[in-house]
Write a protein that binds this ligand. Structure first.
Ligand code: NAP
Length: 491
């Protein structure tokens, strides 16, 4: 971390939060409810919303039902669709932040570069665009899906047309009547492809690995139901409970082969029903176990791929030229616009090298390419540091908002523990963290994510699954809610 010398004196906060996605906003709300009001949130962008602010590509929507993909304490009877589109989700977050008095705590356009634990002062010194901050507690709520991953494709810098990542969508670039290529066939691609297909002259879909796709059954929420949820909020709570129970059950196929076979049959049927051409069907059929890569939901992805202006290219991208992509089969595809739906840097977070804990050790040093944390939230050697959406808190089957809320309760529990012991610093014991991580790893061994025969972004460069929680959400909630005092060191 470089500490600029000509900045003003550090400002301070008891808790400094990085990021204004669901996790950061939720953390600030719960801290204030607990009477901790000296809170500052640093946001690198000019608006709040995290990944729901950045991802504005056509078709961007949640693939978990909105009634579940929202805060438990802030139900929204007004969702217009089962799976709400991005603008509605961001508007929801803005409203929740306003209603709970969080917006004034946010310092916009203030990006954190790094932070160093100041041992004598027992607090964090944080460097950001605006200068220095001192904070007793630092909450990293900067998200797992926040930094785009752009593969080093040969010739990418020589492309003279418009090119952008799905998370950095350039709405100024006209697509109508143009030749467009999309690289990637993950969750973002399968939303953007059907949204732009009717507008473009030609759409080349460059698929490296096909995805398993289930129907989404997205529909408008009828006005009567919205009115019912608004007037009798209990009814929406029942709906949320039912969705939660359904998603908890959806976890089973990821662990057990028998229910997985049922899902496998459903995805196979969905593909067969929507794609008649046997050659295309073969190209779209994955060879790995269903769920190994994120199981995708879409009603309109396959129908878009069979349109005459679309071609699915399975040959690898070899080179990008000024106006074209050349693939390994020797073909050259002329294009005007290149869309990179190539995902995010999940297991090598950009802040890891610049968060420096005890003894000058960075998170990157501690992790060696494989992020690890106690309860996915705290890290040995990094006192008073909390990570939301941290290692092994991702889900393949339900709403991550539920996980963020459970982590937030864990943070509050740890802060209460430190307070009850009248100490300024708290961190997990190294042996407790090691035990926890070993248990997570053992629990992953037989899941389809680890043993399903694919290479996904769930696995880090050491091959370890450092991304997903290996059980249902309720189990994490129960564990995180109870802070095991013996597992924490206080000073
Ligand atoms: P992703 O799932 O990581 O997909 C990236 C795609 O790019 C993959 O198909 C990948 O192929 C391909 N790719 C990467 N590098 C490539 C290269 N060098 N050459 C060719 N292809 C390449 O990213 P994403 O679609 O942005 O989704 C990321 C996550 O965001 C999702 O899993 C989900 O958790 C979240 N998301 C959620 C929603 C929602 O509705 N809630 C929507 C969008 C995204 P390989 O598979 O071969 O690596």
């Amino acid at each position: 971390m470089t500490v600029p010398g000509n900045r003003s004196a550090p400002r301070s906060a008891r808790v400094l939060i990085i990021g204004t996605g669901f996790a950061g906003i939720g953390m600030a709300i719960r801290l204030r409810e607990r009477g901790i009001t000296d809170v500052v949130i640093l946001e690198r962008a000019a608006d709040l919303g995290g990944t729901w602010r950045d991802n504005r590509y056509p078709g961007c929507a949640c693939d978990v039902e909105s009634t579940l993909y929202s805060f438990s304490f802030a139900p929204n009877p007004g969702w217009t669709r089962t799976f709400s589109p991005q603008p509605e989700i961001q508007a929801y977050l803005r409203r929740v932040a306003d209603d709970h008095g969080i917006t004034p705590l946010i310092r916009f356009n203030d990006a954190v570069d790094g932070a160093r634990w100041d041992e004598p002062a027992q607090e964090w010194v944080v460097t950001s665009t605006s200068g220095l901050w001192r904070a007793q507690h630092l909450v990293m709520a900067n998200g797992a899906l926040s930094d785009p991953s752009v593969p080093p494709l040969p010739g990418l810098d020589q492309f003279t047309g418009a090119s952008f990542h799905t998370a950095q969508w350039d709405a100024e670039v006209p697509l109508d009547g143009r030749r467009v290529a999309v690289i990637g066939t993950g969750a973002s691609a399968i939303q953007v492809i059907p949204a732009i297909q009717p507008r473009v002259a030609r759409l080349i879909v460059l698929q490296r690995t096909p995805a398993w796709v289930l129907p989404r059954h997205d529909r408008a929420v009828p006005a009567w139901r919205r009115a019912l949820y608004a007037r009798v909020p209990f009814t929406q709570r029942i709906a949320r409970g039912a969705l939660h129970a359904w998603h908890e059950m959806m976890f089973l196929p990821f662990r057990h082969p028998l229910p997985r076979r049922l899902v496998q049959a459903a995805v196979g049927w969905h593909l067969a029903a929507q794609v008649r051409d046997p050659q295309l069907r073969r190209a779209l059929r994955p060879t790995y176990g269903v769920g190994c890569k994120r199981l995708l939901l879409s009603d309109d992805y396959y129908p878009a791929l069979v349109r005459p202006n679309v071609e699915v290219v399975t040959s690898a991208v070899e080179r990008i030229g000024a106006h074209a992509i050349t693939t390994a089969d020797g073909r050259t595809h002329g294009i005007d616009v290149l869309i990179l739906a190539t995902g995010f840097r999940v297991t090598d977070p950009i802040l890891a090298p610049t968060i420096i804990g005890r003894n000058g050790r960075s998170l990157a040093d501690a992790w060696q390419g494989s992020p690890k944390a106690y309860m996915g939230t705290t890290v040995a050697g990094f006192p008073n540091l909390f990570m939301l959406a941290g290692p092994n808190t991702g889900l393949g089957h339900s709403s991550v908002v539920l996980m963020a809320e459970a982590q937030i309760e864990h943070v509050l529990g740890v802060l209460a523990l430190a307070e009850s012991r009248h100490v300024r610093a708290v961190e997990p014991r190294a042996d407790a963290q090691a035990r926890y991580v070993a248990w997570i790893d053992a629990s992953h061994a037989t899941t389809v994510w680890n043993a399903g025969g694919c290479r996904s972004w769930y696995l880090d460069r050491t091959g370890r699954n450092s991304t997903l929680w290996p059980f249902g959400v309720d189990r994490f909630r129960r564990l995180a809610a109870r802070v095991a005092a013996d597992d924490y060191l206080t000073a």
